[in-house]
Write a protein that binds this ligand. Structure first.
Ligand code: MRU
Length: 355
């Protein structure tokens, strides 16, 4: 399995046993500061997710799963009734941290279900053990999914390709080697010579700060561009393929991902460049018929008016700051998931692969 052992950092890790804590690499400090923070209660996990200290759809799912374990530590000696109430309270609370990445809700509901089921046959201390084991299992599965997404997806890339990616869908966004970056790394490890173009990804610069940082450490050729340069770079013939991650994929194949992904897909379509998505099954939301009902996170105006700590817009200016957009399925050529490649992308193929 391609674990994070290939990296000299870990995105998140549980330290200790049932009374342990969650350690997160605080991604807001990267690339200048590589600082780990200890989350010893559910509130700090919630804050870590909300403030993007841990980010990327699969990683926030794994962090939330450990957050559930943390949240019930304090009631391990209480009655089953009190334990169940606290479990529900903690799950509901974590679900308010961010709205778009469905992996968060998928992981929380899995933890809730396991906890409530175990409570029917075991005492709270045993349930706490079971919850921690379930969180660990979610982490292991995510790691394996990344590996398999990479193996399937690498066949979509060819020697000599210029590959454009948006935001960060690497090890920092998962418990393993990433999704879009797992595809790129797996192809690179096959010996394919790739040249990655990383969109900076305004306003929070996940591409500039995180994707370039990861790829440079892994020896993959990477060039940073501003988001507004993507179409021109395609026009110049430097890009043969686009690969991004996803935060939620509707039943028809519409894809929610970091704001700016839709523009990249439109530009790729105009230049006849294939647009691929890499995501685990936990990112599919089959309950959503299309992207029209995708919950899109709205974030603070200050992320747009400030660049780092510098004010770049007039005080008091009106700002609109959706953190994600929806790329319609007709612009998506294939999805690489842990079970294989979905292509063409449509409801039928998705059901065959995901159900
Ligand atoms: O706001 P972020 O940084 O959490 O957004 C992350 C993305 O949009 C990623 O592309 C997506 O979560 C896939 S990560 C494997």
């Amino acid at each position: 399995m391609d674990t994070q052992d290939n990296n000299d950092f870990h995105t998140l890790q549980w330290v200790g046993d049932v009374d342990g804590y969650l350690e997160l690499l605080d991604q807001t400090g990267l690339p200048s500061e590589c600082i780990y923070i200890a989350c010893r209660d559910v509130e700090s996990v919630w804050e870590g997710i909300k403030m993007l200290r841990v980010r990327g759809a699969p990683a926030i799912g794994v962090a939330a799963a450990y957050g559930v374990s943390l949240g019930v530590q304090s009631v391990k000696d209480a009655s089953s009734g009190l334990f169940a109430n606290r479990l529900n309270e903690v799950c509901d609370f974590l679900a308010t941290s961010r709205p778009t990445a469905v992996n968060l809700f998928w992981a929380i509901e899995r933890m809730r279900k396991v906890g409530l089921l175990l409570l029917k046959m075991s005492s709270p201390p045993q349930v706490l053990k079971g919850l921690l084991e379930e969180a660990r299992q979610i982490e292991r599965e995510d790691c394996q999914s990344c590996h398999d997404i990479g193996l399937h997806g690498r066949e979509l890339l060819h020697d000599g390709d210029g590959v454009l990616t948006h935001c960060n869908a690497g090890a920092l966004a998962t418990a393993g080697s990433g999704t879009a970056l797992a595809v790129i790394l797996a192809a690179h490890e096959q010996g394919k010579r790739l040249h990655v173009f990383a969109d900076e990804t305004r306003p929070l610069l996940q591409g500039a700060r995180l994707t370039t940082w990861e790829l440079m450490r892994r020896g993959v050729k990477v060039t940073l561009i501003c988001d507004s340069m993507a179409a021109q770079v395609m026009r110049e013939g430097r890009v043969q393929v686009v690969v991004t991650g996803a935060d939620r994929i509707a039943g028809n194949g519409d894809v929610a991902n970091k704001i700016g992904t839709y523009s990249v897909a439109l530009a790729a379509d105009y230049h006849n460049i294939p647009f691929y998505v890499a995501a685990p099954i936990s990112t599919f939301d089959l309950g959503l018929k299309s992207g029209n009902d995708m919950p899109i996170e709205q974030r603070s105006w200050s992320e747009v008016t400030l660049c780092g700590k510098t004010q770049v817009a007039p005080e008091g200016v009106d700002v609109y700051n959706p953190a994600f957009d929806v790329t319609p399925v007709n612009l998506v050529h294939a999805i690489s998931c842990e079970r294989g490649i979905i292509a063409p992308v449509n409801r039928e193929r998705i059901m065959d692969m995901v159900k």
